[in-house]
Ligand binder design. Structure first.
Ligand code: HGY
Ligand code: MN
Ligand code: MN
Length: 413
């Protein structure tokens, strides 16, 4: 069965999708449920309809495009990713998995392949934490790992709730209806850029992902004492920002001192109040991201952080309140699917590495409800979440070909 990936069409579609953006090229900003996101979704649904796929959307906007197999009642094989993009980022993160998944299905259709199990493309809602502060919103709800009460509790920076925003975007129904029934999928495979430099450094074109790191994130509120930048003497100060600075450095030290290269931590948000040059910071809001492929080691970093906050609060006379946003377990990718990816690479004579994913993905939550794995392709210098994120048309097409052949194996397993 010869499967031809239409590399030019796939490249063109990736560039068309990138144009649905709130910032000029080469950067992409496409926040979930923004006008650009909704336009991009409509454009994608039209492509799926043209491929004769049966399209449906759930109450949070997860979108499913199904090619019905000869055994429609059998658990399906899924593939897909996300199209939301953090501000001023790139055009390949997530989109390669959505448009590559569509191209894989179209190539299988054109090859005359007949799936026994249905093949289904997914577009997950809000993989990025940008708008609601929590990543993988759509896949968490599909997996039942997020309380539907999030409809009210999750709010964007303007105070609008998830419920208000999703219904305004045209997605209705109770959030509890998003949960997938057990056995809905027999397998799920996500194609994604590596978002790291390992494949490119090794000159290897493909990565079969064996595990996905355990992400945790938290908000830290620091309440100090404001005052006049000139009049308050240093011994009398309770500067909230200096306490925050110590926390950020302690977090870095915690990640560097575990002895493992897989421990990482970043303080990516720091809001200072009242944010005036001649006022002592009275309050700071920090948001930190802590990950490791080993959950226990990650949790030891979190314990160290909490102990450090207690010590800084006492010494500086400030109040420090850490609040977890998420604290997820890592995922082990399904060995059967990893083996199917490996077999396809071997059959094609493609080199590949088995590797872990340090970024989290929707596959992390799909693995809670079905066997799941990921296929990586290189991105230039490992750059991602930046406008110069890049993966070559050839690398994307090769990854799409391996995805197509892997889906075919799984659909008729
Ligand atoms: O942050 C992540 O790992 C993903 O790219 N959202
Ligand atoms: Mn991302
Ligand atoms: Mn992604």
């Amino acid at each position: 069965m010869k499967i031809d990936i239409d590399q030019n069409r796939l490249t063109r579609e990736l560039n068309e999708l990138a144009a649905f953006s709130d910032v000029p090229a080469p950067a992409v900003s496409r926040i979930v449920f923004s006008d650009q996101d909704l336009r991009a979704r409509a454009w994608l649904k039209d492509l799926c309809a043209k491929a004769n796929l049966d399209v449906r959307e759930d109450a949070v906007g997860n979108t499913f495009a199904r090619w019905h197999g000869s055994e429609p009642a059998a658990p399906a094989v899924g593939t897909g990713s996300h199209i939301d993009a953090i501000p001023h980022s790139g055009r390949y993160d997530g989109t390669v998995g959505v448009l590559g998944g569509l191209e894989a299905i179209r190539a299988l259709q054109a090859s005359g392949f007949q799936p026994r199990r249905s093949l289904e493309l997914l577009l997950f809602t809000s993989e990025e934490p940008t708008r609601f502060g929590l990543g993988c919103l759509g896949s968490r709800l599909l997996a039942g790992t997020l309380d539907p009460a999030a409809d009210e509790t999750l709010r964007d920076s303007e105070g609008s709730s998830l419920q208000e925003i999703r219904t305004r975007a045209g997605f209705h129904g109770p959030l509890s209806s998003v949960l997938l029934t057990p056995g809905y999928y027999d397998a799920f495979v996500e194609l994604h850029i590596e978002q790291g430099p390992l494949l490119e450094n090794r000159g290897v074109p493909l990565g079969a992902v064996t595990a996905i790191a355990a992400p945790a994130s938290l908000r830290i509120d620091i309440q100090g004492q404001g005052g006049h930048a000139g009049a308050v003497l240093m011994p009398d100060r309770h500067d909230a920002f200096l306490a925050a600075a110590e926390i950020a450095l302690a977090l870095e030290q915690a990640a560097r001192s575990t002895g493992a290269i897989d421990s990482v931590a970043t303080t990516g948000v720091c809001d200072i109040f009242p944010r005036v040059i001649n006022g002592i910071p009275s309050r700071v809001n920090l948001e930190a991201d802590i990950r490791d492929i080993d959950a226990d080691r990650r949790d030891r970093m979190l314990v160290h952080l909490e102990q450090t906050c207690t010590e800084i609060a006492a010494r500086r006379g400030v109040t420090i309140t850490p609040e977890f946003i998420n604290r997820d377990a890592p995922a082990t990718c399904d060995p059967r699917i990893v083996s199917a990816i490996a077999a396809v690479c071997d059959e094609n004579g493609f080199r590949f590495d088995r590797m872990v994913s340090r970024a989290y993905h929707d596959s992390l939550f799909m693995s809670r409800i079905c066997p799941a794995a990921m296929l990586f392709i290189p991105c230039r210098a490992g750059v991602s979440h930046l406008p110069d994120e890049y993966s070559s048309p050839e690398a994307i097409a090769q990854g799409t070909l391996v995805l197509a052949q892997t889906l075919a194996k799984l659909a008729n397993s």
